[in-house]
Design a protein around this ligand. Structure first.
Ligand SMILES: [Fe+2]
Ligand SMILES: [Fe+2]
Length: 187
């Protein structure tokens, strides 16, 4: 699936002046996304640390990787391949839940405002792109448990997920604040 193309996105935001109390819904959406941003940052550090450890340990297998995991990045706690796989699975599950809620509740409601219907449709399409990234990350996290040599692929997959997800979050935050405020919708 090709990466998300910002140039083809419909843009509507900027037409409405919201009351302060109407901004709460958009602010909440941003807070939820910020939580995912932090999780993705942690996940990136974890897979990169594992990759460094694999390089140092001559990648003899998962046990070798775990044997040499010793605070490579200083700040990052070193996780075992099992723990990294668990973390990947957790992030993927929570993000899928977030998108399911948006698909089922937020987008149909927003689409009732005619001007915003194309934006809601576009955001729903982008969820399919993000979902393909999540499946790849999840599959590779499982693969790395038995084949430490695939850690480079997992690092790249997490980076690709992060790039498209950040682009999606930013677009969604910009475009959803006004309709959510107008509808008085929380997510
Ligand atoms: Fe979304
Ligand atoms: Fe979202």
């Amino acid at each position: 699936m090709p990466p998300i193309d910002d140039a083809t996105r419909p843009r509507v935001a900027g037409s409405v002046e919201l009351e302060p109390r109407q901004r709460a819904a958009g602010d909440h959406l941003r807070m939820v996304h910020d939580h995912f941003r932090r999780q993705l940052e942690t996940l990136t550090r974890a897979v990169e640390t594992l990759q460094d450890a694999a390089g140092d340990g001559a990648a003899d297998g998962a046990s070798e990787v775990e044997a040499v995991r010793a605070g490579i990045h200083g700040l990052a706690p070193s996780l075992t391949t099992q723990q990294v796989a668990g973390l990947c699975g957790q992030v993927c599950r929570f993000l899928t839940m977030h998108h399911t809620i948006e698909d089922q509740n937020m987008f149909p409601a927003v689409a009732t405002i005619q001007a915003y219907a194309p934006v809601a449709a576009r955001l729903a399409e982008e969820h399919l792109v993000v979902h393909a990234h999540l499946e790849r990350v999840d599959d590779l996290a499982v693969a790395v448990r038995t084949d430490a040599g695939r850690i480079g692929e997992l690092v790249a997959a997490v980076a690709d997920l992060r790039a498209d997800l950040e682009s999606h979050f930013a677009y969604e935050e910009t475009e959803m604040s006004e309709p959510l405020g107008l509808l008085g919708l929380g997510i």
